[in-house]
Write a protein that binds this ligand. Sequence first.
Ligand code: TYD
Length: 132
Amino acid sequence: MDIKFIQFQSHGDERGSLVSLEDNKNIPFTIKRVYYLFNTQEKVRRGFHAHKELKQLAVVLKGSCRFMLDDGKEKIELLLDNPEQGLYIESFVWREMYDFSDDCVLMVLADSYYDESDYIRDYQEFKELVSA
Ligand code: TYD
């Protein structure tokens, strides 16, 4: 599976760091939605879905968490712990998130509004769709 991390330019000086995200510039789509996960529990595993159309970019703003990405052929585990990079997640990729640090703030940029009909929440259905 081709894992795409996008490295952001960080404007850092002695006052701190600043990262700017601009759609169709350093973000490879038009941003329609932003959501973020926080107060996540360390032992919790979440996600467990893929999308038919949606493309997303995940950025850990604080702390760390792990992603498991699965394109139906291969499963890859990744640690996200750097607010200067984003993990691009294409459609038809099953994702699970876990090992959230206490302070984790996970921001996700999405190219569409929330639409439950775009979700594939059944792993068997996902496997059938990607192998078709
Ligand atoms: P859920 O899909 O379970 O989150 P995760 O994939 O991280 O485990 O979403 C939790 C709830 O939030 C669920 O009721 C749907 C709702 N939700 C929205 O209303 N808008 C959104 O943009 C997202 C991502 C979820």
